[in-house]
Design a protein around this ligand. Sequence first.
Ligand SMILES: [Zn+2]
Length: 582
Amino acid sequence: MDSSQTSPATSTPEKYSTTSVMYARVEDVPPRPPFPTDDNPSGVTVSAISSEKTKILAQDNTLICMLFAKATDVPSRPPFPNATTIQETTVTTVAKTTLDDGDNRAHSSFTALSHTVRLSFHRPSLWPNGSRIRVRFGGGTPELWARVQAYSQWWSAYANITFEFVDSGPSEVRVTFNTNDGSWSLLGTQSLQRAQDQPTMNLNITALTPPDRVRSEILHEFGHVLGAIHEHQSPLAQIPWDRPAVYAHYNALGVTNDWVDTNILNSPFPDSEIDADADTRSIMVYTYPASFTTNGSSVDWTSDLSARDTQRIAAMYPRNQYAVSSFTTNQPTETPMEWQSITFGISPQQPAPPQFAAALSEIDMSNRDDNIRVRTEVTDVQTDRYTVGVGTWGNRVFYNGGVSLLRVPAGDPNFRMGTITDAGPNSYRISFSPPFPLGVLPNVFAAFSGIDSGDNWRGALDIHNANHAYVDIQVSTWGSSNLYNTNVQWIAYPSDLPGVEVGTFTGAGGATGTYQLQNTFYNTPAVFMGFQRFDISSNQNARLRIRATAANPNRIDWAIETWSDSVIYSVVGIFLAISSGG
Ligand SMILES: [Zn+2]
């Protein structure tokens, strides 16, 4: 919006006079789960904030939080209180007003600016979609805890993230209520770099803090927890700061220029880490008066998530984003079939027909006709349903088959996928459309979705030359085998994409094993699978079934199964473990 439309009223932030400082009202808090527990009795009291602090609040409502982008930037702090020291900590009074206490943060729109900004994220600090983030409190009161629980859910109502509040044990986020410190938070997964006895967030709130400011503080800091950066520090914000005026203001509060640079004036995150879209009113903006800018623009104060905040967080942590499913035919023994298909529903209905990847996971086929012919296909993909089939052709004797399926939303920015059809032994170059950003190295999954192989049944897929623009997939066979043609399902995604991992397992028929996931998963991932190499005896029926399931967030259990008299010399299975979301 044009700065000429700015209301001058916004240049004078609303002030909290001493008379307006009220005890936080329970009715401001949405319904909450029972809390506290026996370990955290509710009788804890917090002494009143000092008159000095109240005075500061009355003078300056430009509330500012500390954002530490790197866990290593956080100054050494007292150990995180355990259950036995919580009581002691909570009775600490607010005797003095520190610099951080005086730093005020508020947030609002950039309606005063000619440039609009949007909820922006530090991509490397995003949690895997579907994460369950455990939160522990150190200090504070049951009433404050309840507010944190309630307001954090304002985010998780839109994000596919679950905040779980725990009283003991490991946690990803640890919240203190130290009023000798400003409000601050680590950014996203940076919290994982902090020792378990160290806080990852401080909330400078007490029972005397005005309710809308409590809400503002909690929403803002939990925005950081989810990886959101300060909107005013986005490279796109382009705020015409009057730097001397800003320095002077904060110097008067005892804040160093370095701090002002880090939290207000500088854009510490390169453009490549910013996800751009338009917003006009984010919880992640600091308020500032017109005196801070050379063009007299200012930003008003808010204590709500903007409509765009909720849209953006939902886009960054979408629900039902990825789904893994399977289809296995169940013919009676010795009753061959040619083709079976089934139509599955998609719930909830998608805004556009999604993409599917399909790979063979099971074959039970006669060797009567020398070659094995099996293929799978996904057809009739609609917003609310799709059809998957598996079978053979050309009068071959086929008993049963199984398919693993991965569903990805239409236009998903992370995944490229497709099928090479009728591919004989050769090298195939796949150009990604669109290409990944320059410098992004993709991980590539490739597995058979169709096979027509003779003599001993042997086929292999090898991945070469993967870069941001293309990958080469080599289809090959060896020995006396003929590989007439194959269909190859391929998937590519950025190798640094959180919540996804590709891996392989190798063995002969009957082999089982475990695979330790290297990436951090916070929930048990879903597992899409196929095989990219097979060497199966043609002297017996071809009976092969691969399994790959996640036992927990850290481990894949896999198996290469055969039965009856079949012989599997070797198989390379490939899986894609993925946080599927809820
Ligand atoms: Zn902040």
